[in-house]
Write a protein that binds this ligand. Structure first.
Ligand code: BES
Ligand code: ZN
Length: 463
């Protein structure tokens, strides 16, 4: 029998829909850009906004400082004895909005167009975090209680690598003790297709700096006799891959675990439309590691990508110069059971081996995160299936994810609780890019699914 959302919760969500939208728009107006110190006051404002909103809904709240941006905790621990405790994680920080001129409407002036909420952070992750906050409010508003104990942990550093969160979770492990962890900071496979994640990739992010001559040189007077750092960098980067798109850094694949055949089969059955995917990204030909499908390349295989390159003269016209420096930002996305520290070592060894004489190479690891893969069985998974069915009218599909949420595997390890990743974004949502949007329908259904989830988890525990 298809599951349904309890009518009192459905009514509460319907009756308050206008206000929920107004509140979400207020939240989205705060430019909580974690990467830039000029927004520090806005980060504080966003933390306070989350805290105030949770408190109004009926949770106890506290804003805890970290060496970086604050963590907001919301707690409701009045469920009947024996009830389960669930930790909801989300992030209130957003990526920088630049380039501003490519936005149709300003990034911090949310706008509804064609059923989409356009704003920086609408889908990643303020809108999804807020859907959780309102699902909790629905229970407390309609019934005065929740069927499970709740801890909301909203952080402000996810978009800069969550560097302080592992220590935070370690320090507060007792207070954060829980049976389950639920996170909505990802996307569905397609509109109308609710999705549960089976994996996230991890990350090892490097900055590579090359220094050659003491200063920029005349490329005629010196070119040909002095090693050019830009060319040296290009040569180093070119050694990262072989002609089959296979990463050629020795040892890189040693820990890569092959996927569970069951999950592989589920993923093969997904309605993936390669032509549509090409259209979405605006290319006519795809590329990657030979022997793997596009979804396998995205979800089950590691990568090494140049994120940025800088060297020499890049302004208008020509300038004959041999640059003294070159820099690249490179990120490796990792899969289970690769480890960022080990990959760092392999990348350092490899670069040291291939770097030409005549340049000084410095490698900095900017951040790392462990890959994660899900259990996909047990009462939490079953409850999520029913809750998603109640909101979307169909069972969820299982998908992988190419992106990273660095804290997920830390949570699992430090709190010893399984993590459910269920997101409400959509392909093409422009996360991290201009014109980011969140489908209004998914905002509404997300709130319903999460409101239903708390009932379904409690029902599953009683069964
Ligand atoms: N919400 C994303 C993670 C994500 C990306 C989920 C794509 C689903 C699809 C998260 O906010 C994010 O962008 N993470 C960063 C982590 C990095 C800054 C350490 C990422 O994946 O680049
Ligand atoms: Zn993000």
């Amino acid at each position: 029998m298809p599951a349904t959302l309890a009518s009192d919760l459905a009514r509460y969500l319907d009756d308050n829909d206008r206000r929920f939208h107004d509140e979400l728009f207020d939240f989205l107006r705060i430019p909580s850009v974690s990467a830039r110190s000029e927004y520090d006051a806005d980060m504080q404002r966003a933390a306070k906004w989350v805290s105030d909103n949770l408190r109004t809904a009926g949770l106890d709240t506290e804003i805890l400082s970290t060496p970086g941006h604050p963590v907001v905790l919301g707690e409701w621990r009045k469920a009947p004895a024996g009830a389960l405790t669930v930790l909801i994680y989300g992030h209130y920080d957003v990526q920088p909005a630049e380039p501003l001129e490519l936005w149709t409407s300003p990034p911090f002036e949310p706008a509804m167009r064609n059923g989409r909420i356009y704003a920086r952070g609408s889908v990643d992750d303020k809108g999804q975090l807020f859907a959780h906050m309102k699902a909790l409010e629905a229970h407390l508003g309609a019934r005065g209680r929740l069927p499970v104990n709740i801890i909301v942990l909203a952080e402000g550093e996810e978009e800069v690598g969550s560097d302080n969160l592992e220590a935070f979770v370690t320090k507060h492990a007792k207070r954060l003790a829980c049976d389950y962890i639920v996170i909505s900071d990802s996307s569905m496979f397609a509109p109308g297709l609710p999705s549960i994640l089976s994996s996230l990739r991890g990350l090892a992010y490097f900055q590579i700096d090359l220094e050659g001559p003491a200063g920029d040189l005349h490329s005629g007077s010196y070119g040909g006799a002095v090693v050019n750092p830009a060319m040296a960098l290009a040569r180093i980067l070119a050694t990262f891959f072989d002609a089959n798109g296979h990463i050629a850094i020795p040892g890189f694949y040693d820990k890569v675990r092959e996927w569970d055949p069951k999950i592989r089969a589920q993923i093969k059955a997904l309605p993936f439309d390669e032509a549509n995917f090409k259209k979405e990204v605006g290319v006519s030909v795809l590329g990657g590691e030979a022997g793997y499908s596009t979804l396998e390349r995205l979800w089950s295989r590691p990568t090494c990508e140049v994120n940025g390159l800088l060297s020499g003269y890049t302004a208008e016209g020509s300038k004959t110069v041999l640059p003294s420096k070159a820099m690249a930002k490179v990120s490796c996305r990792l899969v289970a059971d690769q480890n960022p520290a080990e990959i760092e070592r392999l990348v350092r060894e490899h670069i040291t081996r291939v770097a030409p004489a005549g340049v000084k190479v410095t490698i900095q690891m900017l951040h790392g995160g462990q890959p994660w893969s899900a259990e996909l069985q047990g009462p939490l998974y079953d409850a999520a299936k029913r809750a998603l069915n109640a909101a979307f009218g169909r069972d969820p599909v299982v998908i992988g994810e190419g992106g990273s949420i660095p804290v997920v595997s830390d949570f699992q390890r430090l709190l010893g609780a399984p993590v459910l990743l269920v997101g409400f974004g959509l392909p093409g949502e422009n996360a991290h890019a201009p014109d980011e949007w969140f489908a209004d329908e998914n905002f509404t259904k997300g709130m319903r699914a999460m409101a239903s989830l708390w009932d379904e988890i409690a029902a599953g525990a009683r069964a």
